[in-house]
Design a protein around this ligand. Structure first.
Ligand SMILES: [Zn+2]
Length: 408
């Protein structure tokens, strides 16, 4: 009888091992093919952290799934019908979005609140701060991104942000937002040419908030002054920019040419041309490029027409459009889809693609426990297959806990 039980538990363990995971004595093990070098590895996990990494020398004894750190999306406006800037946001709605993102391999994200009226932004940041304390989803929300309201009011540069709420940087107002957010705002996108922007950037940097330049028409001098003051990122480079710009003097060249700037890009196959993505990548490289989804709340829903506020939006299988104006309204792909696109466009490998969608955002935002597979790092992991460069997520772990499994 004892023999039988032992045999059954050994069978159960080996079954799980074939699926890439095993559990024993409260500790767990995840194994797969390491994304960065193609070698089979087994990770021991305890207390939500990676406690050891061992290389497997018996080829064929483990999983055929790739193993990588969980994806980190630092710009996402909503998902699966949940709008982080919307009037109906609640902790339960954030939970719905978070769980849907786990399915897409996203283990950490910065819910992004865009230009809205002050009361709405405060209310929603307070809800996000509550979500951050939630035992189930809090570990997936290391902070928040405020995109606006201190951006260019000029048509084209302001993108889909509502002009009536756009204003010059106001530190006291930002402090109110930060208080509502329980100091959770880790990233802000702003325009460097606005009055008071440079002093505002210095204040952000002094309080540990990362500054990114976006939705702006800053001159080379404005951009240099902003970077000198501590700005280190450019938000969705090539987007949030007017269609017609001066070929010499525009915000793109100075942001590309300054090595201190890491751009984020929306490589969803629609927001940038292949040539733009290739050029940006050639200049900045895998070490200084960040992938973001910039997904709207419609992402993850079935295609069709949706009403948002006073506007009608058309969701295709890949992107959101404003049908009246026939322009892009936003992205509809999770960051895992951008991995396949950048691999196709630049011929980079999965190693570089994961670096841009996990390691780089973690480093830029000083999320020290995230973005890498290493001893002592939080066990945020994805097991996946690549099918024609398309990332197919099989399992997602947050702090060592299995939060999504394709087979369930
Ligand atoms: Zn934007």
């Amino acid at each position: 009888m004892i023999m039988n039980i032992k045999r059954i538990s050994i069978m159960a363990i080996s079954l799980l091992v074939n699926l890439g995971i095993s559990q024993q004595d409260g500790k767990s093990k995840v194994q797969g093919v390491l994304f960065s070098d193609g070698e089979e590895v087994a990770l021991a996990i305890s207390n939500g952290e990676i406690s050891s990494i061992s290389r497997q020398n018996q080829v064929g004894n483990g999983s055929d799934l790739y193993l990588a750190p969980g994806l980190i999306d630092i710009q996402i406006n909503g998902y699966m019908g949940v709008d982080f800037s919307g009037p109906d946001l609640s902790v339960e709605r954030v939970r719905k979005a978070t769980k849907a993102l786990w399915k897409a391999g996203v283990t950490s994200y910065l819910p992004t609140i865009i230009t809205s009226d002050l009361a709405r932004m405060k209310r929603n940041f307070a809800i996000l701060a509550q979500a951050q304390k939630d035992p189930e989803i809090g570990k997936s929300i290391p902070g928040f991104h405020l995109e606006g309201p201190y951006i260019s009011p000029v048509k084209g540069f302001r993108g889909a942000h509502l002009e009536k709420y756009i204003k010059n940087p106001d530190w006291e107002e930002f402090m109110e937002l930060q208080e509502a957010a329980n100091n959770g705002i880790r990233l802000i996108t702003l325009a460097p040419e606005l009055e008071g922007a440079i002093a505002f950037i210095r204040n952000c940097v002094a309080t540990g908030v990362t500054v990114s330049l976006g939705h702006h028409n800053g001159s080379a001098e404005d951009i240099t002054a902003a970077v000198d003051a501590g700005a280190k990122m450019a938000t969705h480079l090539g987007n949030g920019c007017a269609n017609e710009i001066n070929r010499h003097h525009n915000p793109i060249w100075p942001q590309l040419s300054d090595d201190r700037i890491t751009p984020s890009i929306i490589a969803d196959g629609f927001h940038l041309t292949k040539e733009e993505v290739r050029s940006f990548y050639k200049v900045k490289g895998a070490d200084k490029t960040i992938l973001v989804s910039d997904a709207l709340d419609l992402a993850g829903l079935p295609p069709g027409e949706y009403i948002r506020g006073e506007r009608s939006l058309l969701l295709t299988s890949n992107v959101v459009k404003l049908p009246k104006e026939n322009v892009l309204a936003g992205a509809a792909s999770p960051i895992s889809a951008c991995i396949g696109v950048i691999m196709d466009y630049t011929q980079c490998g999965i190693k570089e693609a994961v670096q841009m969608a996990s390691t780089n955002p973690a480093k830029l935002l000083s999320l020290q426990d995230l973005g890498e597979i290493g001893q002592g790092k939080q066990a945020n992991l994805v097991l996946f297959k690549l099918e024609n460069n398309k990332m197919v997520i099989h399992k997602t772990f947050v702090a060592g806990k299995l939060v999504y499994s394709k087979d369930d």
